[in-house]
Design a protein around this ligand. Sequence first.
Ligand code: UP5
Ligand code: MG
Length: 195
Amino acid sequence: VLKMTPNVVFVLGGPGAGKGTQCQKIVEHFGYVHLSAGDLLREERSKPGSKYGELIETYIKEGKIVPVEITCSLLERAMVQSGKQNFLIDGFPRNQDNLDGWNKVMANKVNLQFVIVFDCPLEVCTERCLKRGTSSGRVDDNVDSLRKRINTFLSETRPIIDYYAKLNLVRQIDATRPEEEVYKDVEHLFQAGAG
Ligand code: UP5
Ligand code: MG
């Protein structure tokens, strides 16, 4: 069970926009716990005897979004186990199913501070992931999966960003620039304690 009301920042943006990279820097400077939904799913997939291993593998390769019951319970478990108070939730919620599941189970247990959106042209995103794919070992860092990940981002995740924008929770950051420059804007956000 979560004791005090945790603070949550959602981190969204296209595949390879730099969510994980920037989250690491936020962890170093502001002491948040970084929970990447994708990393949690990959970890669950690799557990021997995992009920969901095959399902997760297929969804990730196809760039489809895993049913929220699985992702949300992994996130909640990681939050509780950390014993910490401030969380960056990276790569979630990315579709209506994710949003509904989160709103039903978690939204009233946390304080959502804001939603960072890393803006990056999809060609740049693709290039970054393909480059990483030469050494990442990720099953989805290839041209075929990337096309699907991008379609999913456009058709399913964009509407979620719009939803949070209407609630005035979106903080948009230009992620095309070098890492350190992007981070300067990120840092300002956290210094301002927006939300
Ligand atoms: N890089 C980073 N910043 C750079 C910069 N400013 N300039 C130049 N290069 C930069 O960065 C990607 C690459 O770019 C790295 O090589 C980095 O060095 C370089 P990274 O920080 O890893 O970007 P990130 O946005 O985290 O990219 P990632 O590939 O992790 O994004 P995705 O959203 O595609 O992947 P995720 O792991 O979140 O999800 C994978 C899959 O899991 C999804 O497609 C889906 O199938 C599944 N999933 C769900 O089903 N549900 C969920 O809730 C979450 C995931
Ligand atoms: Mg990532």
